[in-house]
Design a protein around this ligand. Sequence first.
Ligand code: FRU
Length: 445
Amino acid sequence: MFRPGYHLHPPKGWMNDPNGFIFFKGEYHIFYQHYPYEPRWSHMHWGHFKSKDLVSWKSLPIALSPDIDTGEHGCFSGSAITYEDNLALLYTGHHEPKDGAVYQNQKLAISQDGITFIKYNNNPVIAKPPADSTYHFRDPKVWKEEDTYYMVLGNQSKNHQGRVLLYQSKNLKEWQYLGVLATSKKLGYMWECPDFFKLGDRYVLTFSPMGLLSQEDRFANLYQTGYLIGDYNSHSHQFYFGEFEELDFGHDFYALQTMEDPKGRRIAFGWLDMWEEDFVESKEGWAGMLSLPRELYINEKGRLCQRPVAELINLRGEIVIDKDIPWGEKYLYKTKKHLLEIEMQTTLSQGFGFKISGQTHTLTFSYHPTQKKLIWTRNDEKRVAYYPLKPSIRLQLYIDCSSVELFVDEGAITFSSRFYEATDLTFECFSMKKIKIYELKATIH
Ligand code: FRU
């Protein structure tokens, strides 16, 4: 009932963070935090999908399983990189010894065919965090510049500040600590899932900080995902950055991971969920899903934007509605279908909006021109983003069984939320001048 048609989700069991996103030998691979036996978080494995086109995905055998007998209780989040024609995974070993303190270290696994992975026998490749750190030391994201590999890691300092650490290596096996890439007194007690990359002529650090206090309209979820944009000196390894901004304003978005594909695009997946939510789908034997793949870019206002990758037009099936709407009129559409893309062009005269409802749940979206607020409300849980006035913008809304993703103005603002509605849907919009509705194909096999 709630199983998505075109969003990645586990065949059975649990899914959280996207891991190891890479283009390897002609195909996109995405791994994910996975517990295959039950729809709940437990000893983490790495699940695996691949695709030629970012649209149709094939589920592959589990790539990494924890060696519980030897004290490895979880293969936590990490990333992938090609190494001498092989596919290498860098992941965090999570250890909970019976008679000792929890610890995390960084490990390597290698595959020749991109499917079967062998853990490196001299693991860990980074045994422990720097001395001024607590045990929170995880989520390696690796990239290569010239002949050197670099790694960022999520970490917590001894004084309980979230931060990102930087390492380098020539061979993925021996790593040298370069220092703290970024930290802030204002941004929580732990930073998870960092990613660091050049985009245009700026550098971007994305991460998921824990412990931000909600402030009026900001930081409304349990944990956040956001970014710092700045300049980076690749010799001194100093990163000079601006203010922290949230990346998605919906109820469910976390642990973004990016990669650069052969076309030079920076593409990302997030986990389309939030810790401690209900995961209503778990009665169906699975839980958790990923966002749509998004192309990242920085717009003229300096915002990190995320638009659906161009390939997603191949999800489109029949066009069911294609209409100009007379000024001031509402438009109402009722459907049994739950795999839909709805494209709208707004008018800004007195604000605009839409509502999706079923028998038990509603999701409303509206723009308030005087306050410059975009408001996204699921049942009674409100989320807000600020966006300046423009005469007309495009909205792209993707509905799948149990999720809704909205891309506002080419992804300058996005809202991603789980939305569990098993009955027919009613869609209603106002102050739009055009609407186009496509049925989408199911593409996850
Ligand atoms: C983020 C996270 C990571 C960790 C993983 C464990 O959602 O907590 O920091 O590696 O999940 O599943």
